[in-house]
Design a protein around this ligand. Structure first.
Ligand code: FAD
Ligand code: SIN
Length: 522
């Protein structure tokens, strides 16, 4: 089946939805298709807790301060021009969210209640309790449902981008400039591959935390956009920089890991080791509010020193009512595990949380492939450098999705005709694939990445990871060539590719920076 539109949006988190809304409003006579795997709302966006960093009141905060905080967290590898652009656009993007019905908490005097997180020198995090992402996702989906020129295809899994390679085959060399014409998409309910043809494609598939054993990212975060972009020969950068959130709830068996927001430390919580001692003073003068890479590594060191599987967060000294008011979801979660935050310590450990690298885009969200835009966690924009400043990513997605729409509007809708796009050819001969072939390998990718390519790496560990991933790649390729396509098989293919890229980029880095730390460069 061939389905034609003007804009194809892949992914329904904050990046994809905000792009779709703006495109629909800017081009009312054009057709927009959003496809997303699984249900519409499942995304990293939905689970965001802390909020959105924004300088709003220039009498209390300054752009310069947010810019400096971002640059410091990024460990010297941010693009300063991009940082300035994003920070200065934040106020407009936040006003837009307010117009779209997103509600942010206010104090009794009517002023916004701004939170604080690691690396920020001011309180500047706009939040909705501790479920900011849920509030945003719900509000954006409501707007999308009202726009007549948007059609939603949930339970649709993008397999591969369509470029000249699919149209002209071997006549195209690897070096030729490429254009995107849409994507091949698996209808997850009917098991049918559909051909979505579009003039512009927005890749907004989010993160890839699922390459690790312990992650805060939901099951959909399997690096699909990274895999698709890599196969289409788009440029990728900074893949070695992985952010581990210092404080995921330590609750063995729970997956994904439940996050205890950094805003809890911003609210005054302490970190303690299993001897009940505060330890951050040994590592950084900013203590519990040092940038995430530093706090995560400090916790990792303490866990190794004490042979423990976690450390603790201590909120016992904080005002209970104020805490519950700001963090009702976290309080409830602790209660459900018989942790009374008034007298008990909360066990926490680092978990894979965010990927700083990804598909390289310019300030307009343009990738290296013509008519392919990308936004959100799947991208490498230059904002985060080697380590993302907390609560800068929802903002980044809003800014780059906005800029992409403006770019298309400014340059005028591309009038060129699309080439004849071939339908998907089903080569599968085996419809009896055993699920164990997938589940085992998915677990193996996670084990390899957690043990060899985690918070602390080394050349030897990276080499071992590479060799083992190569075996998994070969096995997966054989399956892909003859087995019936399923979401699980396709996700595994992208997990292996993403893991491979993280390892290969890590092997090329010869200096410790932000989210990359190797014993060989101490
Ligand atoms: P996502 O929101 O992940 O959306 C990606 C979408 O693409 C999903 O709908 C997914 O199903 C779909 N998709 C993926 N692959 C395919 C495919 N092959 N075919 C079709 N669809 C596909 N950032 C902040 O700034 N502030 C915070 O407070 C904050 N808290 C966080 C808390 C948690 C627990 C987590 C996990 C992240 C948090 N982050 C936070 C990071 C932030 O949430 C994400 O970086 C951001 O939401 C990413 O948005 P996105 O639109 O790029 O991707
Ligand atoms: C958190 O609430 O700690 C997550 C914030 C983020 O990842 O930006």
């Amino acid at each position: 089946m061939k389905i034609k539109s003007d804009f194809l949006v892949i992914g329904s988190g904050i990046a994809g939805l905000s792009f779709a809304i703006k495109t629909a409003q800017k081009f009312p006579d054009k057709k927009i298709h959003i496809i997303t795997k699984g249900s519409k709302e499942e995304s990293n966006t939905k689970y965001a807790q802390g909020g959105i960093a924004t300088v709003y009141d220039l009498t209390r905060d300054s752009y310069e301060s947010h810019i400096q905080d971002t640059l410091i967290a990024g460990d010297g590898l941010c693009n300063p021009e991009v940082v300035e652009m994003v920070v200065k656009q934040a106020t407009q993007r936040l006003d837009e969210l307010l117009r779209w019905g997103v509600s942010f908490d206010k104090k009794q005097n009517g002023e916004f209640d701004l939170g604080k997180e690691g690396g920020h020198s001011k309180n500047r995090i706009f939040h909705h309790k501790d479920i900011t992402g849920y509030e945003i996702e719900k509000s954006l989906l409501k707007i999308v449902a009202k726009l007549p020129n948007i059609e939603f295809f949930d339970f649709h899994y993008a397999i591969d981008l369509i470029t000249e390679h699919q149209v002209y085959g071997d006549l195209i060399s690897l070096e030729d400039d490429k254009t995107v014409f849409g994507a091949y998409v698996l209808d997850e309910k009917n098991n049918e591959v559909k051909t979505f043809v579009a003039k512009y494609t927005m890749l907004a598939t989010g993160g890839s935390g699922q390459v690790y054993e312990t992650t805060t990212n939901p099951f959909v975060a399997t690096g699909d956009g990274i895999g698709m972009a890599y196969r289409a020969k788009a440029r990728l950068d900074d893949m070695e920089f992985i952010q581990f959130h210092p404080t995921a709830l330590y609750n063995p068996g729970e997956s994904p890991a439940f996050l205890i927001s950094e805003a809890v430390r911003g609210f005054g919580a302490f970190l303690r080791n299993t001897n009940s001692e505060r330890f951050m003073y040994k590592y950084d003068k900013r203590l519990e509010l040092a940038p995430r890479d530093i706090v995560a590594r400090s916790i990792d060191t303490e866990m190794k020193l004490h042979g423990s599987k976690h450390v603790f967060l201590d909120v016992r000294h904080l005002n209970y009512n104020d805490f519950v008011n700001h963090f009702p979801n976290i309080t409830e979660k602790c209660k459900s595990l018989n942790i009374d935050i008034r007298k008990d310590l909360i066990p926490v450990a680092p978990a894979a949380h965010y990927m700083m690298g990804g598909i390289t885009v310019d300030k307009h969200g343009r990738t290296s492939i013509k008519n392919l835009y990308a936004s959100g966690e799947v991208t490498r924009t230059g904002l985060h450098g080697a380590n993302r400043l907390a609560s800068n990513s929802l903002l980044e997605a809003l800014v780059f999705s906005h800029n992409a729409v403006e770019d298309i509007a400014t340059n005028g809708f591309d009038p060129s005709k699309l080439p004849p796009i071939p339908q998907w050819i089903d080569t599968s001969t085996d419809r009896t694939m055993e699920k164990i072939l997938i589940t085992h390998d998915r677990n193996e990718v996670k084990t390899i990445m957690s043990n060899y390519v985690g918070i602390v790496r080394s050349n030897e560990r990276l080499l071992r990871a590479l060799r083992r991933l190569y075996v998994l790649y070969q096995d997966n390729k054989r399956l892909y060539d003859h087995a019936e396509l399923t979401t699980e098989l396709l996700e595994l293919r992208n997990l292996i590719t993403t893991a491979y890229l993280i390892v290969e980029f890590s092997r090329k880095r010869k200096e410790n920076k932000g989210g990359f730390y190797s014993l060989d460069y101490r």
